[in-house]
Design a protein around this ligand. Structure first.
Ligand code: CUA
Length: 417
């Protein structure tokens, strides 16, 4: 088609302008993609970085993924360069179709055997890691984990060797001793969730009606961040978790404090009034171990069938945690929180075990949560569906508390430590 008449020239000119524009756009897109990838790898504060193992289980995965990533990367580069060369070299420039050949058995067999060998070697090492990560015979401490929309419950069954003489039920963060082989026994009360603390191990689904095990071990005391990694509804992104590793001595202190008897607030205090509000409004769903009704009977939480997942976090010793609302909010103010994250491992336990006091309480988010929980954490895409379909609540409902009730409740919650 090389016989254009002279009056077509302007059209050809417009075409090349469009081509130059397209090429420029392509170059910009390439540079932008590269820059984003590069900047992403520069993050210094990346607590969920899978390339920074902080315990032997995560280290096993890392030792596998590093060489596999390198091998896959080299093969990826070779294939990309070959494809780019072929596109450039054999682009249609009007040349005749090259000679068509079939059947080069030596080449075809070689190109089949090499990938098969590479995959077989990768497979052998992968299977070994899978079996090592599934071991349960060396467990030193068992913690039951239950996922539900949208928080995790941690239940420490009686284990006398750890001083756990009565079950401890907590939420928000998993507290564990460092340098210890911990076995999580995971399940779910509603839909499938997935437990993932990248620095300590890979992911494991929490499935209703099943128990899946996951090994966790942290080399050093510290806080290790995680995230639910199975889409589980509206607040999936707000279903966070933390593993707090303490030295064995600090862990023993934590255990002792978790089992310490309930201390009722003194008569005539705002906190005592808060205890009454709690008994009226909160205790239907939230358990506080040892809390008694005015008639002297123990208050036992019994969420009714209107609560979708059938449970709410146990709030005994709430102020020994550092998050609330499914770890969506820090229980500590920024300054105090930063302190806990940055504490080096020698002094970490002391700072963590101090608990939350009035000066450090993240009172704004806590009050907003008490005032209208579904407003600060998405729970129903359409509130109308709540009555139309099943009439069941997910998460904490709006209780319509007065500001004065909220004052009293905050004062009371501060005593739970
Ligand atoms: Cu639970 Cu996503």
């Amino acid at each position: 088609m090389n016989h254009r008449s002279s009056n077509e020239t302007p059209a050809v000119g417009r075409l090349s302008v469009a081509r130059v524009k397209a090429r420029r756009f392509g170059q910009c897109a390439l540079v932008a993609t590269g820059a984003i990838a590069l900047l992403g790898s520069c993050a210094t504060n990346a607590p969920q970085d899978t390339w920074q193992p902080k315990g032997p289980n995560a280290k096993m995965i890392d030792d596998l993924q590093q060489p596999v990533f390198a091998v896959a990367g080299i093969i990826g580069i070779i294939v990309s360069v070959a494809v780019a060369y072929v596109i450039w070299r054999y682009k249609d420039r009007g040349q005749p179709i090259p000679e068509q050949t079939h059947g080069k058995p030596a080449l075809e067999i070689t190109l089949t055997v090499i990938p098969a060998l590479i995959l077989a070697v990768v497979g052998v090492f992968t299977f070994r890691v899978i079996f090592d990560l599934a071991r349960t015979d060396d467990t030193q401490l068992v913690i039951n984990v239950t996922g539900q929309q949208w928080w995790w419950e941690y239940d420490y069954p009686v284990q006398n060797e750890w001083g756990i003489t009565q079950p401890i039920i907590s939420s928000g963060q998993l507290v564990m001793p460092a340098g210890t082989k911990v076995l999580l026994r995971e399940t779910s009360r509603d839909v499938i969730h997935s437990y993932w603390i990248p620095a300590l191990n890979g992911k494991r689904d929490a499935v209703p009606g099943r128990i899946h095990t996951l090994r966790l071990e942290a080399d050093e005391p510290g806080i290790y961040a995680g995230q639910c990694t199975e889409f589980c509804g509206l607040s999936h992104a707000n279903m966070r978790m933390e593993a707090v590793a303490l030295s064995k001595e600090d862990f023993a202190r934590w255990i002792a404090n978790q089992q310490a008897a309930y201390q009722a607030p003194a008569e005539g205090t705002l906190a005592k009034e808060g205890e009454a509000v709690f008994l009226n409004q909160c205790v239907r769903c939230h358990q506080v171990d040892g809390l008694k009704r005015p008639d002297g009977t123990l208050a036992i939480a019994a969420p009714d069938e209107n609560v979708w997942s059938g449970a709410a976090p146990n709030l005994t010793k709430l102020m020994t945690r550092n998050t609330f609302a499914g770890a969506m909010f820090d229980l500590l103010r920024d300054a105090c929180r930063d302190d806990v994250w940055k504490a080096d491992s020698a002094e970490f336990g002391v700072k963590y075990l101090a608990g939350v006091d009035e000066a450090c309480l993240n009172v704004n988010d806590l009050r907003a949560w008490l005032r209208n929980a579904p407003e600060v954490k998405p729970m129903y895409a359409n509130p109308a569906l709540l009555t139309e379909t099943n009439g069941k609540y997910r998460g904490m409902p709006n209780l319509g508390l007065s500001e004065s009730d909220i004052d009293k409740l905050v004062a009371y919650l501060l005593t739970l430590k």
